[in-house]
Design a protein around this ligand. Structure first.
Ligand code: ADP
Length: 520
């Protein structure tokens, strides 16, 4: 059967999606492949289809033990003989399965990376023809990524131990340069055919909302958007998940929670309730979602900012897999940045890695503060650009709010950074500008600098907002440290000399103090 026949007969599709054919052809022709496609792009077909055509069995290495059964079930529905072995199986079930595999009853075998180099697995595959090894979620091999799994490092050893080297394919939705490099290098792909598919998801509407009352914003949002449809609300912590579920239930919304602290039965139950539309909303930590293929998620709200753009893109990307219009809304507050920093600080990382992680976090903070096209900001993170600088389908492009000239305020902030010798972080700079009586400030003599108290008529939030806008525009650089310091850049001078004007949304800059916001 040729590839088109297989595509039609087994998968029921008339044509390939962009990028799929190239990978499928190369694998069938014995060449290694690297497929980088956004979530929902159709990676599974790129290894499942060749598996049907190739002789012998294809091993799919996947970290998602919980989903193997689902994947195998859906293969069965398509008439493809697939199976899996993993740690959740009973001993006798395992033995039956192993015997069936030995009898060549399957075309696809899903296995977790931890199994690969165990003696029983080695023994199992000793006499089996393995034509193709597909590595799903291949970015898990990279220590730079957000999903690093040490067991992925076992994969090359496993491939090397096979009698004949199979074709190897790596698939991921993560496309940052460092990670792609690591995947190719660590997995030892042999001159692979690469297919990198556009990361733009035109049906997704991106927006960042700054509100001092996230919950009441959320309630309005849920009442006015996609009332009948389902969506995901991501929170930073298990505690927030639990309290938000309760608050939403109290308001009469059909919502359930999902996080790593629940027992696996409850988690599975909640996941199923969401997937099969028995509940409208799932409130979850980032434990939820990898590999979940629910096509009609109409909104993904981030109640807290995640740790970097990659994580945001992946999580938000779970909306609208069916190509229908869907919303990705990030509710931003500076205290989320503090939360993320605390998480990073508790991780005990090497300096080099910590710097990278802060840099990545900073990019997302920049995304939250930019006035420019949000889609462009996302795509440029992944090294892509859109043709026009505006997509006309994101919160910023469609924002009609009145802009205000903030050049003078910007000059005050930049001067303050300069006058304090570019040695302090955001909180201190804001305190100096607002003439704080903080003891530490006075000890350092910062109440003596000429910029002390020159912005007393602005709320802390407004000064922070303007400063962060200057960061997002490249007029201020924040060092990637545990205690980030604000520094001037080459471009700062243009603002200081009045050569360029700076604008920002009036309503954000005029805001009055709300609560006690902490450092962001
Ligand atoms: P990924 O693993 O890249 O996140 P999947 O492999 O789960 O994405 O595919 C996402 C969706 O796209 C699935 O519902 C799948 O059936 C569908 N799909 C994949 N390839 C095609 C195709 N050629 N034509 C139409 N739909 C496709």
């Amino acid at each position: 059967m040729d590839v088109y026949n297989v595509l039609k007969t087994y998968f029921g599709y008339e044509k390939f999606r962009i990028g799929q054919e190239k990978l499928v052809e190369s694998i069938i022709n014995g060449k290694d492949a690297l497929g980088i496609m956004p979530t929902g792009g159709g990676k599974s077909l790129c290894y499942q289809l060749p598996a049907i055509i190739l002789e012998g069995i294809t091993i799919v290495i996947s970290p998602l033990i919980a989903l193997m059964k689902d994947q195998v079930d859906s293969l069965k529905e398509m008439g493809i003989a697939g199976t899996y072995i993993n740690s959740t199986m009973e001993q006798n079930e395992l033995i039956t399965r192993i015997n069936e595999i030995r009898e060549n009853r399957y075309k696809i075998l899903y296995v977790a990376p931890e199994r690969l180099n165990t003696s029983y697995f080695k023994d199992l595959i000793k006499d089996i023809k393995i034509s193709f090894v597909a590595i799903d979620e291949a970015h898990c091999i990279s220590q730079w990524g957000h999903d690093f799994r040490p067991s992925y490092l076992e994969i090359p050893k496993f491939i090397d131990s096979l009698k004949t080297r199979p074709v190897v394919g790596a698939f991921t939705a993560t496309a940052t340069k460092e990670i792609v490099h690591e995947i190719k290098h660590l997995i030892n792909l042999n001159n692979p055919v690469e297919s990198i598919i556009g990361f733009d998801r035109p049906n997704l509407f991106y927006e960042v909302v700054k509100t001092s009352n996230k919950f009441s914003y959320l309630v309005d949002y849920l009442n006015s958007n996609f009332q009948e449809d389902t969506g995901i609300i991501y929170c930073a912590t298990r505690k927030t998940v639990e309290s938000l579920v309760k608050k939403l239930n109290d308001k009469g919304f059909s919502a359930i929670g999902y996080h790593g602290g629940m027992d696996s039965e409850e988690r599975q139950q909640n996941q199923d309730d969401f997937i099969f539309n028995r509940t409208r909303i799932i409130v979850a930590t980032n434990a939820f979602g990898m590999g979940i293929d629910k096509p009609d998620v109409r909104f993904v709200v981030h109640y807290n900012m995640p740790k970097n753009m990659e994580a945001y893109y992946q999580e938000a990307g779970r909306a609208g897999r069916d190509g229908e219009k869907s919303n990705c809304t990030l509710l931003y507050s500076p205290s989320d940045v503090v939360k993320q920093k605390l998480i990073i600080q508790n991780e005990n990382l090497s300096n080099e890695r910590e710097e990278l992680i802060y840099k990545n976090l900073q990019y997302l903070v920049g995304y939250c503060h930019t006035n420019d096209c949000l889609r462009n900001s996302i795509l440029s993170y992944f090294g892509e650009e859109i043709e026009n600088s505006k997509c006309n389908n994101c919160g910023n492009c469609l924002d009609q709010s009145e802009m205000m000239d903030i050049t003078e305020e910007s000059q005050k902030i930049l001067s303050c950074i300069y006058r304090t010798n570019q040695r302090y972080g955001l909180t201190t700079i804001i305190q100096v500008l607002r003439g704080s009586k903080n003891k530490r400030l006075i000890e350092f003599g910062l109440d003596k600098v000429s910029t002390y108290g020159i912005m007393t008529d602005y709320s802390e939030i407004a000064v922070r907002e303007i400063t962060m806008t200057l960061v997002s525009k490249g007029y201020i650089h924040i060092t990637a440290d545990k205690f980030p310091i604000l520094k001037l850049t080459e471009k700062s001078r243009e603002v200081l000399k009045g050569e360029v004007k700076v604008y920002h949304k009036k309503h954000l800059v005029e805001r009055k103090i709300v609560g006690n916001e902490k450092e962001g």
